[in-house]
Design a protein around this ligand. Sequence first.
Ligand code: DGT
Ligand code: CA
Ligand code: CA
Length: 362
Amino acid sequence: MVRVIGHVDLDYFYAQVEEVQSPSIKGRPVLVCVFSGRTEDSGVVSTANYEARRLGIGSGMPIALAKKKLKGVAGAVIPMHRERYEAVSEEIMRLVGGRVDVLEQTGIDEAFFDITKSSNGDYSAARNTAAGIKAAILKSQGLTASIGLGRSKIVAKMASDFVKPDGLTVVTPDSTTDFLTPLPVIRLYGVGPKTSQALEELKIHTIGDLATSDITDLEPRFGRKVSAYLLQAAKGEDEDPVTERQETTQFSRIITLKQNTKDANAAFKELLPAIEELHQRLLSKGISFRTLSTIGILTDLSTRTKTKTFESSAESLLVRKNEILTLLQELTGAIDKELRRVGIRVSGLSDTESQTSLTQFY
Ligand code: DGT
Ligand code: CA
Ligand code: CA
């Protein structure tokens, strides 16, 4: 059966999370920045929303330069809240994971998925699934995402990039060549500025030029392996499977409370099923943890955490129940607004069975 592969990428991710958090900044240029702290403006822009991009501001740009580009415009310059983005990312990945056959997360804001089985290889059914994923992300977190579907990871990834933000691009197997042919080579997944420059020098400008080029013209320049990859990629052929993978350094679960509350005991009670679920997940993977955190998302959507690291690692989350309650009490004791959502996270992980590295373990 022909495969149906998807790629989902959240739009201007950090900046969009900040917009959801502070709706008043929506419509203005938003810059999420990593301040290095040396001088007031030293550091770089991590990401910018599309209003800011229109002014020529982008990822990696020095903050001072970005501020110049804002000129008279009232932009929102916000320090990065990594924990907040991670919590949102985890929720979205869980949600998408529940709607696809296989999910392979490849970054904080993106993942490949395989829906060959559930769509029965039918691209119009697959389009509905993808639209459902976008709607679910919007409903749950208020965020837009761009999704691409295609017969391979390469095509899916390029399709998700094709229309952004809020895109849904379906490249059926039949239309793969038409989709790829006119695109400039720089748009090909895996081709950076250097390779693209080298291809231009060989008069290869579009992906179509590349797909129909002769491998013997490429080999002297790129070697055998890269040349073979380039040719295959230009045809949208790649057999790489979508594999369930999570480069995990932490596990967490966050729930939305039935009612906003400041009562730690009430929140704890509602959190219990999630704690038990996480407990089972850790046991089944043979993972122990040293650090335990409770996470609170308040009615104004700001995030608070309370964290405790233990001397020795524990395998059972349930034996730490009292500590979880204590952390929740500390958390609720320090807030002025009610809790809307509450969660638990474990980190400082080790693999109890073999003590090998976690990446190997997965
Ligand atoms: P887009 O094009 O709508 O997908 O925009 P983003 O911002 O989601 O861009 P993407 O998917 O390349 O990156 C995801 C997040 O990773 C982004 O929101 C912030 C972070 N990021 C990306 N590039 C940089 C960078 O150069 N420096 C730092 N510190 N963070 C970055
Ligand atoms: Ca993105
Ligand atoms: Ca991304």
